[in-house]
Ligand binder design. Structure first.
Ligand code: CP
Length: 290
């Protein structure tokens, strides 16, 4: 997301919005999904998007069954898979894995999440949802929760900054956004401020809630210290601005109470639905059919 221009982002969002897709656009094309970390939404929505465009899907979600378990390295795996497919979707725990893959692949590589670094198609989905809800991306977005390890925060921050958004940050102690990233976002055009959860709810137009990324903590004891540190409830949202919507990239654990799901502010399952036109647009654009 750091490298995409505002115009490129808008082009993807506009393509998704027009939804001028034909069911045979990607007929004869093959997408390969390589998931080295668990996923429900990203893998299945990419697969659904590809199939809705008439394409085929191969790949794995259990790397233990692939030749990597015999000692093959990632670059040989990517070189091999790029002989079989037209586009690769890669999720990997190592930061920079998608960039490395793109350097050795003969076909486009889509980063479906690389460690704590980036998750660009989630950010595009988030931007699409925010624009749909508010009609603009020049909004006040409060990012709540794990601002240290959540890759969705980093990618969305880069995207929002290009549109001059105001970014409010509320996190438990130890999970703050790094000063380097805050500075970078400001340099890209965002106005960034740290606030309490109460201030975020009072003033934001979008509450972007994230899960504490338990799997990224080097020390489980550190996770236990922050576990359950915040929870969005209908009571907390009482008195929030009329236009405040709650987003979450999901999966959630306990950071949004299920009672919020029944309020008009909850938009996280709309967000899930929006990932389909966005990922269809990404595939169709990368493969040159729109
Ligand atoms: N939002 C997201 O990346 O979800 P998954 O981990 O289920 O793919």
């Amino acid at each position: 997301m750091r490298e995409m221009s505002r115009e490129e982002i808008e082009h993807i969002l506009n393509t998704a919005e027009r939804a001028e897709f034909r069911g045979d656009m990607l007929q004869g094309r093959v997408m390969c999904t390589l998931f080295f970390e668990p996923s429900t939404r990203t893998r299945l929505s990419f697969e659904a998007a590809m199939k809705r465009l008439g394409g085929e899907v191969v790949g794995f979600s259990k790397p233990g069954a692939a030749s990597l378990s015999k000692g093959e390295n990632l670059t040989d795996t990517i070189r091999t898979v790029s002989c079989y497919s037209d586009v690769i979707v890669l999720r990997h725990p190592r930061e920079g894995a998608a960039r490395l893959a793109a350097e050795v692949s003969d076909v486009p590589v889509i980063n479906a999440g690389d460690g704590s670094n980036q998750h660009p198609t989630q950010a595009l989905t988030d931007l699409y949802t925010i624009r749909k809800e508010h009609g603009t991306l020049r909004v006040r977005v409060a990012m709540v929760g794990d601002l240290k390890y959540a890759r969705t925060v980093r990618s969305l921050g880069h995207g929002l900054a290009k549109f001059g958004a105001r970014i409010m940050l509320s996190s438990p102690p130890g999970l703050e956004m790094s000063p380097e990233l805050m500075e970078e976002l400001e340099g890209m055009g965002a106005r960034v401020e740290v606030c309490s959860l109460e201030e975020a709810v009072e003033r934001a137009e979008v509450l972007y809630v994230t899960r504490i990324q338990k799997e990224r903590f080097p020390d489980p004891e550190e996770y236990r210290k922050v576990q359950g540190a915040y929870r969005i409830t209908p009571e907390l949202l009482e008195g929030a601005p009329q236009n405040l919507v709650v987003l979450h990239p999901l999966p959630r654990v306990d950071e949004i109470s299920p009672e919020v799901d029944h309020t008009p502010r909850a938009r996280y399952f709309h967000q899930v639905r929006n990932s389909i036109p966005v990922r269809m647009a990404v595939l169709a654009l990368l493969l040159g059919v729109v």
